[in-house]
Design a protein around this ligand. Sequence first.
Ligand SMILES: [Zn+2]
Length: 253
Amino acid sequence: MFNASFNCNVCDAANIFSPPGDWRESPSCTTCGSSVRTRQLVYCLTMRLFGEGRTLPTLRANEIRGIGLSDSEILASRLVESFDYINTFYHAEPKLDICNPGAAWIGKNDFLISSDVFEHVPSPVQSAFDGAFAVLSPGAIFVLTVPFDQRSATTEHFPNAKHFRLVDFDDEWLLVGKTDAGTYEVHKDLIFHGGPGTTVEMRFFSRQAVIAHLEAAGFIDVQVHDQAVPEYGIFPPHHEGLPITARKPSLNA
Ligand SMILES: [Zn+2]
């Protein structure tokens, strides 16, 4: 299985897969630097759109409109060549707050990619799933990754902090939360993804809770993609944070 040859579905380069340090996140395409997670996203997206895995450089589908939520530059730079695709951001233009999407985004997209974003949004997290449903057109595909495992319920690190600020205090990052009752609470020992002060982990999902959030938003045909796809260098390293896809019902469904 290892040191297996594969074709990168992000850049179409031939590669030899050797186990990287961090299986899910480390670059494992020697040409574009894509990770297993990035190639999983492309595989799941093209499987759900076309019924088969496709490589982005061989794909021209500008009639298909999609958006990403802070997708990596490696992925976004290739998606924009293959689709009518816009990468969006919470803090920068083009701005999209998936918990409260503006009218301009509603109901217009054939796919949405949200990779490792929903663990960072404020509570209640159902708002993010509802926002994802809202920005999609009927029949559209949602491709999601979040950290999850088999725990019985999602672990919310700051369940009462409806609003929060991160504070760099004496060389330590603190999360100051304000509750619905107007009281303040201070949390330490924060978990950051991608560097302190940027993306604090708000929760760690339960697999069954993710599926329940999707179904509560209205999504159907939820799939958890745990299969290896050796020809694209996709060897799922573990069963946490696998891609999940779902569909918004068609109007005639
Ligand atoms: Zn590549």
